[in-house]
Design a protein around this ligand. Structure first.
Ligand code: WTA
Length: 635
């Protein structure tokens, strides 16, 4: 039996049982056999969820880039590590071998050092999906700098908030980016952000679209000349197992985004081990995850997990609709993709365009299909299974979070029988629990509750940057001695899990987590707005869309309401980004509130869901009269 590569269901259960009975022995075997250490650990695990404090492999020393790059140089130096597929197919793909990746990462590391970046410094990376993004991530890791990648669709304001929160010394960006037929002025966005960030000393700028940009003297530098003159050798910084590897921001139900901090050794082991099994990765596979490296899926399953296994990982710069809706399938055929990992929202968008876009292409190389980011509906699941996998490629519906660092509940292809809309079984080492509202664990099958995890796993986030109390309050206070995920789930008659969705005020739109509070704050900045509340409602393609209930300061008479709607979405775009725009805006005379003044979102959610028949008792509200009015005018 191999713990590291599970091939059938029986083996899964054996490995799983071992991982629960003796987690330390289990993880130690994996750590021993599959990674390169500069020094072994003194202690495998110490943990206390009440603080909360979790440490894996204390005393060990390593560098994750030695594991992701250097150790492959002898065995697969000429193999493609990163296969870059540009926005415009006529530009042609780039194959970056492990040797070339080593050279590029070392040069970049030396540039970072020459610019004064040291171990522990934070570097913000705001780049499109071009090779420099993966290279700069790895260069930070090589010298021990903590990378904070910000998705290059966020606005200047959102970028500034993230740069300031973790006190970044440097920003790495490009002149611009391509998205289908459009270009985006990334450098201009960075310039706007930096008007409000005094911590940033240096901006490195990659050339991508060759646009005219403004270079600020003493701060901004073109990247390429620095790389050209840097040495292609860089000794990796020796890191402790628990040293921070990166920060990645995610939305919370309230307040500012949370900078989730991930550590080095545990994250490496877990992302590598899950990658190997969840995608049944084999040496000659060509693996493609369509996510952006700006999200956790890209960190763990474009960069670290695949490279730690010596895989070929595809980076796609473009969008599924350019030059046409066959683009994904064109790429699958061209590169003979074996594993394809995408989001339900992309599947729904492609399904809507019709099967004629994929019938032209040979998809027979596909062995495993994956989905992530939000619950997948049954229709989308079947469309994916029938048309993309031709019922031969198992679908892994992988449930996990920015906070968990790696996939937590998932089928193992060819081992776990799949079931549409079910993420199925916990991955080895993961101990889920369903909890009721009184804090008791709900045992047995055919039950539903709030999804918690009872025992630490190696890649869990260790804290929220600069706010450990918030980490404790958000994840370890709702249920004693448990990590609370914020999701609801049910367990069926055979113990399979189905994730039913968020139970807090996080709304997942097109797979992007959005907190209601920052959006409401943005809306409230409009001078005519008195107050607002945002809820999610079902959307055919995006999964959820945003419905805003907005009360204006005067009755709105004399104003052009459509203009106000546009202005509100404009403010949201500036403050957060276009992904947070509202689909529906209803102007209201007031919002339903409890006697303590709290907005009753439950009622607003039901109205947005067109399910207002059973609102429950509203007589205890401070202002029950507004409810009827909102219902009468619902959009
Ligand atoms: C949701 C993405 C159902 C869930 C890796 C979770 C899912 C949040 C699934 C985390 C899935 C993710 N089925 N829901 N397979 N995968 N989610 O941090 O609500 O961007 O809490 O991490 O997405 O989103 P995040």
């Amino acid at each position: 039996m191999s713990n590291y590569h599970i091939k059938h269901l029986e083996e899964y259960y054996q490995v799983y049982r071992k991982s629960v009975r003796n987690p330390e022995v289990f993880w130690e075997e994996i750590a021993e056999e599959h990674f390169m250490w500069r020094k072994k650990w003194n202690k495998i695990l110490s943990w206390d969820f009440s603080k909360p404090e979790v440490k894996w492999f204390e005393g060990a020393q390593l560098n994750i880039t030695e594991n992701c790059i250097d150790r492959h140089l002898y065995t697969r130096g000429d193999k493609t590590a990163i296969l870059f597929e540009p926005n415009n197919p006529s530009e042609g793909a780039q194959h970056i071998t492990y040797k070339e990746l080593h050279d590029r990462v070392c040069r970049f590391s030396n540039v970072l050092k020459a610019q004064g970046i040291r171990k522990g410094d934070r570097v913000c990376i705001y780049l499109p999906m071009i090779p420099e993004l993966a290279v700069s991530v790895l260069a930070c890791a090589r010298i021990g700098a903590i990378h904070s990648v910000v998705f290059a669709g966020f606005s200047a304001n959102a970028l500034a908030t993230r740069i300031n929160d973790s006190d970044c010394k440097m920003v790495i960006t490009s002149d611009g980016s391509y998205r289908g037929t459009k270009t985006i002025d990334l450098k201009g966005i960075v310039d706007d952000a930096l008007d409000n960030c005094s911590c940033v000393e240096t901006v490195l700028v990659a050339k991508r679209i060759h646009s005219e940009v403004n270079m600020k003297e003493d701060r901004d530098q073109w990247l390429q000349p620095l790389l050209d003159s840097a040495s292609p050798k860089c000794t990796p910084e020796i890191m402790d197992a628990e040293d921070s590897l990166f920060i990645l921001y995610t939305s919370g139900s309230t307040g500012q985004p949370k900078g989730m901090v991930h550590s080095t050794a545990g994250y490496m082991i877990y992302s590598a081990y899950t990658f190997k099994n969840v995608f049944q990765y084999k040496e000659d596979d060509v693996y493609w995850c369509t996510a952006d490296i700006g999200w956790i899926t890209g960190h763990s399953y474009i960069v670290y997990g695949p490279l730690a296994n010596g895989a070929t990982t595809v980076m796609f710069e473009g969008v599924p609709s350019y030059p046409d809706f066959g683009r994904f399938w064109d790429i699958v055929e061209k590169h003979k993709i074996t594993q394809f990992y995408t989001a339900p929202t992309a599947i729904r968008a492609l399904a809507k365009e019709g099967v004629e876009h994929l019938e032209k292409y040979d998809l027979s190389s596909l062995k495993v299909l994956g989905t992530v980011g939000e619950p997948i509906n049954e229709e989308a699941w079947h469309w994916y299974d029938d048309n993309v996998g031709k019922k031969k490629a198992p679908i892994v519906d992988t449930w996990w979070q920015t906070e968990t660092g790696g996939i937590m509940i998932t089928p193992i292809p060819f081992a776990t029988p799949t079931k549409p809309t079910y993420a199925t079984l916990p991955f080895p080492g993961i101990q889920p629990a369903l909890m009721d509202e009184n804090g008791n664990e709900i045992k047995g099958n055919q039950v539903d509750g709030r999804l918690c995890i009872k025992f630490p796993w190696p890649s869990m986030a260790r804290t929220i940057w600069g706010n450990h109390q918030r980490y404790k309050d958000t994840y370890f206070s709702a249920f004693e001695n448990m990590y609370f995920t914020g999701d609801g789930a049910l367990r069926d008659e055979v113990g399979y899990y189905r994730i039913t969705g968020r139970v807090d005020d996080v709304i997942i739109v097109s797979g992007h987590n959005l907190g209601t509070a920052p959006i409401e704050d943005a809306i409230n900045e409009h001078p005519a707005v008195a107050e607002s509340a945002i809820v999610g409602f079902p959307h055919e393609i995006k999964g959820n869309a945003l419905y805003g209930y907005i009360t204006l300061k005067d009755t709105g008479e004399g104003r052009n309401q459509d203009n106000v709607r546009k202005e509100i979405n404009q403010i949201i775009t500036e403050q957060i980004g276009p992904i947070a725009k509202l689909d529906t805006i209803q102007f209201t005379n007031g919002l339903p509130k409890t006697r303590s003044g709290k907005i009753m979102r439950r009622i607003l959610r039901k109205i947005a869901h067109k399910d207002a028949s059973n609102l429950g008792d509203i007589s205890t509200l401070l202002n029950p009269e507004v409810v009827q009015d909102i219902m009468d005018n619902a959009l």
